[in-house]
Each structure stands twice: as C-alpha cells, then as structure tokens.
Design a protein around this ligand. Structure first.
Ligand SMILES: NC(=O)c1ccc[n+]([C@@H]2O[C@H](COP(=O)([O-])OP(=O)(O)OC[C@H]3O[C@@H](n4cnc5c(N)ncnc54)[C@H](O)[C@@H]3O)[C@@H](O)[C@H]2O)c1
Length: 274
C-alpha cells in the first residue's frame, strides 16, 4: 500500500463517513481507521443499554472517548441514535451533510446478539431486537444514507458498507435469529450492488469471524463457555481477530481502491469459513 496515514483518500478534500455502532468494537476501530486516512466521520451509537438485551451496550462516555482518540474534534463528532429509528438516522445524515458538505460513505456496524436457547424459546423481544437492529438497522441506514451518497456530483465514489458475519453462511445453533439477520444483510448488499449499478455508489460487506469485542463475550456466555478466547480454536489461524483487522478492510472498501467491487461480501475471518 503506497498510501500513508493522514493522507486523504482523495488527495484533496476530506471525504465524509457515517459509522453506526461507533462506541466500541469494530465500529470504533473503523472510526479510527477512517480518521487516520483523513476522513471526517460522524460516529453514531445508541450509547445506552437496551432494556430488551441482557448485556451492556456502549456508553456515551465510550463514544466520546472514541471521538477524542481520533484526535481532531472538528473532523470526528459523536451522534447518539438508535438504528431502529429511521428519523434519527435521517437526522444523522443531515448533520454530516451540514458539518462537512456531503456524505461519501455509510458504514453499518451496529449489531447485537441474543439466543443461547432454541429459537422457539428465545424471548420474542430479544428476537425482535436482533432482527430490527442487525437487519432493520442496515435497511434504515441504506434508506437514510443512499440518497445523500447519490447527492454527490458525478463522477462519485460513494460507498455503502455493512458488517455481516460468518453467521450469514453457517448454521449456528441457538443463534438462529442472528444467522437470519446476517444472511439478510448479505442479500441486501447483493441487491443494492445491482440496484446502484453505474451510479458510482457501490455496496459491499465484510463477514468477520470471531473478533475480540463485547458481542463475542456475550456469545461465549450464551454458549456457556468460560470466555471468548474459547472461540479461537475454531478459526484455522488459531486466534481471535482484533477489531482493527476488520476495520482495515472496511477502510479499504471505503476508499478508491475498491472501485471495481460491488455486491461483494468479503470474509475477514481468520479462515473460519474455509
Ligand atoms: N465480534 C465478533 O465476533 C463479530 C463477528 C461477526 C460479526 N460481527 C458484527 O460486527 C458488528 C460490530 O460488532 P462488535 O463486534 O463491534 O460488537 P460490540 O458489541 O462491541 O459493538 C456493537 C456496537 O453497536 C452499538 N449498538 C447496539 N445497538 C444499537 C442500536 N440499536 N443503535 C445504534 N447502535 C447500537 C453498541 O452500543 C456497540 O457500540 C456487529 O454487526 C456484529 O454483529 C461481530
């Protein structure tokens, strides 16, 4: 890679991204990876616990810390929104356009997990949260962000990106709703890739394997495992991924180097899907 840190992906005006699930984990690492490439970033997160889910979400303090670590207050800003709320996401897109004059990338990282029992025993509110956040939240972001990406003048390099999962293609017992939502995300990305056609806006996804973040800690609890490290042995590389390793691929997909890709679902999974 010839590009160095703090060099804009366009070489000129900083590009503008909106990242959901930015308070911690893969979303936070994506904010950092984009900021290091001189993007302006609106870092969006729920930033409070979800009463329907038995594990903590990122806090507002964590979201603020992600923004502070990015180091340029005028270029990285926090925004509290629930991806289940289309109006809140529309407002987030408007904020990004107001601050920085437009939008070039929308990255759907927000996600939750629930299960640990057969599907028919999962509390309906938990199943609803998984479907509404992990799939509905990506649809909501597409609805809010794609018109903004298409408002950029031609020739444009818009990027709609989502985080799917190895769960999109594997049958994971006791995580059926999560698998369904993630398979939905990959179907959405393929359809958007075709729908966006020659507009200059592309749609791509990454499919991470087990990555060292709080959602994996919750997965370990759901499977009665001692800790999340227990998932490492399932991956041919014999270790968990670091969230920065997923974020680096998302940053590549956001940049000009991915111009020939659309509708792709890229595994970043330490070989889990092999
Ligand atoms: N960690 C893994 O092993 C793994 C593997 C495959 C896919 N993924 C996916 O990666 C994405 C990021 O997860 P992570 O690993 O960083 O987990 P994480 O729990 O660390 O981060 C998820 C973030 O989403 C936020 N969030 C939750 N509900 C929200 C809502 N309704 N609106 C806005 N924000 C909300 C949380 O506050 C948190 O900051 C998720 O889509 C997840 O499904 C993770």
């Amino acid at each position: 890679m010839s590009r160095t840190h703090r060099t804009s992906d366009t070489g000129t005006k900083p590009r503008v991204a909106l990242v959901t699930g930015a308070g911690r984990g893969i979303g936070a690492a994506t904010v950092a990876a984009l900021a290091a490439r001189d993007w302006s970033v609106l870092a969006v997160d729920l930033a409070c616990d979800d009463p329907d889910l038995p594990y903590p979400m990122a806090t507002k303090a964590e979201l603020d810390a992600v923004v502070a670590r990015a180091g340029a207050p005028e270029r990285v800003r926090p925004f509290v929104a629930d991806v289940r709320d289309p109006a809140a996401l529309a407002e987030a897109v408007s904020e990004a356009e107001r601050y920085w004059g437009g939008l070039d990338a929308a990255v759907a990282c927000a996600g939750v997990i629930a299960g640990g029992v057969p599907l028919w025993e999962v509390p309906p509110a938990q199943e609803r949260a998984v479907l509404d956040i992990d799939l509905g939240g990506v649809l909501n972001l597409a609805r809010a962000a794609l018109p903004a990406l298409l408002r950029r003048p031609e020739p444009r390099q818009g990027r709609f990106l989502a985080v799917a999962s190895a769960a999109a293609t594997r049958g994971l017992p006791m995580l059926a709703a999560y698998c369904a939502a993630k398979a939905g995300v990959t179907g959405l990305i393929r359809a958007l890739g075709v729908e966006l056609g020659g507009t200059g806006v592309t749609a791509n996804a990454v499919s991470p394997g087990s990555t060292a973040t709080p959602i994996l800690t919750e997965s370990a609890r759901l499977y009665d495992l001692p800790d999340r490290e227990a998932f490492a042995a399932q991956q041919p590389m014999g270790r968990l991924l670091d969230p920065t390793e997923v974020a680096e691929v998302l940053a590549f997909l956001a940049g000009p180097g991915s111009s020939g890709m659309t509708g792709a679902v890229v595994p970043v999974d330490a070989g889990l899907a092999l």
